[in-house]
Design a protein around this ligand. Structure first.
Ligand code: FAD
Length: 475
């Protein structure tokens, strides 16, 4: 992206900024949403329902961001789905799990809002027409609380469609190929508008009272990742190419505080040779992880940071997810991994081992021991407490995996009302942020399923606050 620089005109130097070239074409709305992922679409729906004139700007040619890719689902505690299935869970447990998973680096106020609001967020989505009656467990959770649709598409494409239908129904324009390249302020610091770059590179201004930044993370920005975390320099990303974090810089340039940018999550199970994430819920459904020696080496459903470190410590820095027909048949998303050619299969464990270059004798005894632990409900080796089913029904399957960059925990500092906070600890009037672009919710490590919870708790808050500010001029 073009950065501010000095242009030399004759002997005079003037500050270059995109707004200098965006004078001619102007539009006016009350709320601009930057980014058409889950947080942005949720904010737009709520802002429109509050009576604001809203526009969503998306830099990519397609909408959905990383939200579109979410495969596992959304965490929530104390939902009707859980109680219908006899699952006991409370927001306080989810709060404790989230803080523990994030190594207490999380901002407690934000975690409380998210976990307390999680069941309500599911109801809000249901009110928009979503049905997410399936439930599984993700790593680091003490209860089955990852909600997902049953049959049909996985969570991300499904929920994106529901949100988009609702946005369209409210006649909110979602403008693709429209990258926000500058945030404009009035002399008193309040928001004035944004400069947008269209698909041909042309610049124009949209004037607005309130802005919601919902532009996602920066996991697909290798340069930024390498600067922040040289140890992750050669890792590939599981995210879409637009996940580059440029709006973090826009906010920072007008005084927003950004923090924890080096807190970057790697996900333990990205398919080797492909940028495809193998969802944590595959392990939740009963898959185990083995190394080339045919041995398990970690509690497969531990948090992502620990599982990733364990995979990287194995020979070749990869491992194999091993599962059977029972696991395969329990989840529809599995079909996608087969279609993409990521799965090796065989009718016996020995043949599967030979196909993968795994020690066959060890693999057979590892699976036998695991099945015993599963039957006894006690994993004597790794204390895995969630073992959904044995690995006993042929055919047998394996996917070779290694860790990939998955989620960025750092970002823009917000308060509980999603107001963007300045470096000198003031709320920037009219500026809000929600979703992966914000820092503080997930601390040092995000739990699987919690990103969606954050989108659908903080996204609606941002929409409501932005609309209210646009209408009243008061924060
Ligand atoms: C493969 C994969 C699977 C995942 N599975 C799960 C899961 O099952 N459960 C879970 O909780 N989390 C999951 N996550 C994490 C989760 O998907 C993301 O954290 C979440 O979707 C981010 O939502 P968002 O709305 O903040 O951003 P996004 O959905 O990424 O949307 C941001 C949008 O803003 C656009 N944008 C960026 N900059 C600009 C700009 N300057 N101008 C205009 N537009 C801009 C981007 O192109 C993008 O479309 C997964 C992530 C990946 C990569």
């Amino acid at each position: 992206m073009k950065r501010r620089s000095f242009l030399l005109m004759g002997s005079a130097a003037i500050l270059w900024s995109p707004s200098l070239f965006a004078q001619e074409r102007r539009e006016q709305v009350e709320v601009v949403v930057i980014g058409a992922g889950g947080a942005g679409l949720a904010a737009a729906i709520v802002a429109a329902d509050a009576g604001a004139r809203v526009i969503v700007l998306e830099k990519m040619p397609v909408v959905g961001g990383n939200t579109q890719l979410a495969a596992g689902g959304m965490n929530a505690a104390g939902t009707r789905v859980q109680s219908g299935k006899g699952i006991k869970d409370e927001w306080q447990w989810m709060y404790e799990d989230t803080m523990k998973g994030g190594r207490n680096r999380n901002q407690p106020e934000l975690v409380e809002i998210m976990t307390k609001g999680s069941a309500g967020a599911v109801e809000w989505l249901e009110g928009l027409g979503a049905q997410i009656p399936g439930i599984v467990r993700s790593g680091g959770a003490r209860a089955d609380r990852t909600h997902q649709p049953v049959g049909g598409p996985t969570f991300g494409p499904y929920i994106t469609r529901v949100l988009l239908d609702n946005v369209v129904r409210r006649k909110v324009p979602v403008r693709r190929n429209s990258k926000v390249v500058e945030i404009l302020q009035k002399p008193d610091g309040a928001m004035r508008g944004v400069v947008v770059q269209d698909r041909r590179g042309g610049l124009y201004t949209i004037e607005t009272q309130a802005i919601v930044i919902a532009s996602g993370g920066y996991g697909s920005n290798p340069k930024r990742v390498a600067e922040l975390r040289p140890d992750l320099a050669n890792f590939t990303s599981t995210g879409q190419p637009g996940t580059t974090g440029d709006a973090i810089d826009l906010a920072s340039r007008i005084g927003a505080e950004v923090f924890d940018l080096d807190q970057i999550q790697i996900h333990p199970t990205q398919a080797v040779g492909a940028k495809t994430l193998i969802s944590e819920t595959v392990r939740g459904a009963g898959a185990i992880l083995v190394n080339r020696d045919g041995k398990r080496f970690v509690n497969e459903v531990t948090t992502r940071d620990k599982a990733s470190a364990a995979v990287l410590a194995q020979k070749g820095r990869t491992a194999f997810l091993v599962f059977d027909e029972g696991v395969k048949g329990s989840m529809s998303m599995m079909e996608g991994y087969f279609h993409l050619g990521l799965v090796r299969e065989a009718t016996t464990l020995e043949a599967l081992a030979a196909r993968c270059g795994i020690d066959a004798a060890n693999l057979a005894s590892t699976v036998e021991a695991y099945n015993r632990y599963q039957a006894q409900k006690h994993d004597a080796e790794f204390e895995r407490d969630d073992m959904a089913r044995p690995i006993a029904r042929p055919s047998y399957y394996a996917i070779e995996v290694n860790p990939g960059i998955h989620f960025t925990m750092g970002g823009i500092r917000i308060n509980g009302r999603t107001q963007v906070m300045s470096r000198d600890k003031r709320a920037l009037p009219g500026l809000y942020a929600a979703g992966e672009v914000t820092g503080g919710v997930h601390g040092a490590n995000r739990l699987g399923g919690n990103a969606m919870t954050a989108l659908f708790t903080f996204g609606p808050i941002a929409g409501r606050e932005a609309a209210s500010y646009a209408k009243t001029g008061r924060s």
